[in-house]
Design a protein around this ligand. Structure first.
Ligand code: SF4
Length: 489
C-alpha cells in the first residue's frame, strides 16, 4: 500500500515538495494529480521557456509533476511517469520522465531564486484564479485591493472561508496525558478516560497547567505544522512550540524597524474605547447617555495624542468610565463587581475577565505566529521578558467584543455561578470544571459570524483576528498605506 502523502527534499536542487497521492504499479511509484478543471486539447501545444511539453495537460501542472518525479527518483524510488487527471472532461494524461526534465527543473529553480529576491508582487485584481487558489487565505487579494483603494471599504468576494474547519484542543488538569497513536492525538487521564482526536482536525493544542505530553507526540505535532501553546492554569501563555519556519525573516526585520509605533498605538486605543461603548450601549442606548458620549469623545481624542504617556492616560480614563458602568450589564443579583482588579483578581467577575483576556491573548499569539510576526515585539506595550507585547496590543480592540461579552453571557445566563469559584491566597479563581464550561462559551464566541465592516462578508471572530494580523503584516511590508483595527458598528 503506498502512503497517502509523502514529503521529500532534494539537497541538490534545494527543492522540497509534498506528494498528495501516489500510485504503485509494477514496482513503480507514480505521482498522481487531480484537477477539477478541463484538460487542454491534445492538439494545443504546451511549452514553457522554450521547452516543448506533453500535449493534453496544462504546462504548470506538468512542471509540478516533473518536480514530484524528480524528488521520488532522488530519494531512490523507481519512477518514470506521472499521471494528471482532469475531472471536468474526464481526461488522463501521462507525463513521462526524460533527460530534458532535469534541465526544466534547473530553469525552474533559477526562476524561483530570481523571484524570491524580488519584492513580492501585488495580488491579482478580481481574478477568477483566486477563487480556487490555495494561497487565498494568506494572500487576501480582494481585501488588499480594497485597503489599497482610497475608499478603505468595499465588497470582497468571500474566497476566505468564514470559519476554520479545524479546532483547538484544550487539555487541562495535572492528571492528563497526551500521546500519539497512528494519526490521532490520544488524551488520557488517570481515571481511565480516553479520547482520540484525528491530528488532521487539529489547529493547535493548548495545554493549560501541568498535563504531560510525550516526545513522540510533540514530534508528530511539529511535523504536522501544528503549534502547542503552554499556558498556566489561569490561562497565561508561557510560550509555544512549533516546527521550524524560515519564511518570516524579512517581515520580522520590518517589524523590528518600525516598532514601537505611536500611530498604530493610537488606532488600537481609539478602536478599543469605541468598541467598549458598544457593550454599554446594549443596556442604556446611545443617545443622551453621558458615559457613552464620553467614550466617543475619548476615542476621538486618542487619535490626536502626541506621546505614549498621554495615550496611556486617555486609555486609563476610558477604562475607569467603562468599568464603572460595567455592573449595569450584570443581571444576576448575587454577583458584585466593584471595579477592575488584577494580579490577583479580587472577585468572580475579575477572575473571569482575567481568564478571558488570557484566552484571547493566546489566540492572538497563535495568529501572529501564523503570519510570521514576532509576538514579543509590540507597537504599544513595551518589551518585557516573556511578554507577548504585540498580542497584547492587537487584542485591545477585541477585549470588549470577545472577552467582556463572553464573561457577561456566562454570568447572565447563569452558566457560571458563585459556586464555580474558589478563593485562595492567590485570589479568586475558577474551579477546573467551570473553566471547561467557560472555554466552551469562549470558543462559541470566537466562532460567531460577524459582518466585516470593510469587506462586506461574514466572518468568524477567529478568522477576523487572522485577517487583521495579515493586513498588519502587509502594512509593515509597505504594501498597504493604512491599517486600522476592527471597530464594531
Ligand atoms: S490568491 Fe493571490 S496567489 Fe492566489 S491567484 Fe490570487 S493573487 Fe495569485
Amino acid at each position: 500500500m503506498p502512503p497517502k502523502n509523502l514529503v521529500f527534499y532534494s539537497e541538490e536542487l534545494l527543492l522540497c515538495g509534498e506528494l498528495d497521492a501516489i500510485k504503485q504499479r509494477d514496482g513503480e511509484w507514480i505521482p498522481f494529480e487531480a484537477r477539477k478543471s478541463s484538460a487542454p486539447s491534445r492538439t494545443q501545444p504546451q511549452q514553457w521557456h522554450g521547452y516543448v511539453l506533453t500535449p493534453g495537460a496544462w504546462y504548470n501542472d506538468q512542471l509540478q509533476v516533473i518536480g514530484q518525479m524528480y524528488l521520488l527518483r532522488e530519494n531512490s524510488y523507481l519512477c518514470s511517469k506521472a499521471s494528471i487527471y482532469y475531472r471536468e472532461n474526464k481526461t488522463h494524461t501521462i507525463i513521462k520522465w526524460n533527460e530534458e526534465c532535469i534541465k526544466i527543473l534547473e530553469t525552474i529553480c533559477k526562476e524561483i531564486n530570481r523571484i524570491s529576491l524580488e519584492e513580492r508582487p501585488l495580488p491579482l485584481k478580481r481574478s477568477n484564479k483566486c477563487i480556487r487558489c490555495s494561497l487565498n487565505t494568506i494572500c487576501l487579494p480582494d481585501e488588499v485591493s480594497i485597503m489599497k483603494s482610497h475608499k478603505q471599504e468595499g465588497y470582497a468576494r468571500a474566497v476566505v472561508p468564514s470559519r476554520y474547519d479545524k479546532g483547538l484542543v484544550y487539555v487541562s488538569g495535572y492528571d492528563k496525558k497526551i500521546s500519539i497513536k497512528e494519526d490521532c492525538l490520544v488524551i488520557s487521564s488517570l481515571s481511565g478516560d480516553k479520547q482520540e482526536i484525528p491530528i488532521i482536525d487539529v489547529m493547535s493544542v493548548v495545554i493549560l497547567g501541568t498535563a504531560q505530553i510525550s516526545t513522540q507526540c510533540i514530534q508528530a505535532i511539529m511535523v504536522n505544522g501544528i503549534k502547542i501553546l503552554f499556558c498556566s492554569t489561569s490561562g497565561w501563555l508561557y510560550g509555544t512550540a512549533s516546527g521550524f519556519s524560515d519564511k518570516n525573516l524579512l517581515i520580522r526585520k520590518k517589524q523590528l524597524n518600525q516598532f514601537p509605533n505611536l500611530d498604530l498605538a493610537k488606532r488600537v486605543v481609539s478602536a478599543k474605547i469605541f468598541n467598549q461603548r458598544l457593550l454599554l450601549r446594549r443596556k442604556r442606548g446611545e443617545v443622551g447617555n453621558p458615559v457613552i458620549e464620553d467614550l466617543i469623545r475619548l476615542s476621538s481624542q486618542a487619535m490626536e495624542i502626541k506621546d505614549r504617556n498621554s495615550l496611556l492616560g486617555i486609555e486609563g480614563v476610558a477604562a475607569k468610565k467603562y468599568f464603572e458602568s460595567f455592573p449595569d450589564l450584570i443581571t444576576v443579583s448575587n454577583i458584585e463587581f466593584k471595579g477592575r482588579s488584577r494580579r490577583p483578581p479580587r472577585d468572580p467577575i475579575n477572575a473571569l475577565l482575567s481568564y478571558a483576556y488570557s484566552l484571547l491573548c493566546k489566540d492572538f499569539v497563535n495568529a501572529i505566529i501564523a503570519v510570521g510576526l514576532e509576538p514579543t515585539v509590540g507597537f504599544y506595550h513595551v518589551f518585557e521578558k516573556g511578554r507577548p507585547s504585540l498580542a497584547l496590543d492587537l487584542m485591545e480592540s477585541y477585549r470588549p467584543l470577545i472577552a467582556d461579552s463572553t464573561v457577561l453571557r456566562a454570568i447572565n445566563t447563569k452558566t457560571i455561578s458563585l459556586e464555580d469559584f474558589e478563593v485562595t491566597m492567590a485570589g479568586v479563581s475558577l474551579k477546573p470544571k467551570a473553566k471547561k464550561k467557560f472555554i466552551m462559551m469562549y470558543e462559541q464566541r470566537m466562532d460567531t459570524l460577524i459582518h466585516h465592516p470593510s469587506f462586506s462578508y461574514q466572518v468568524s471572530y477567529r478568522r477576523m483576528l487572522e485577517i487583521e494580523v495579515r493586513l498588519l503584516g502587509r502594512y509593515l511590508e509597505g504594501e498597504l498605506n493604512n491599517w486600522k483595527p476592527f471597530r464594531a458598528r
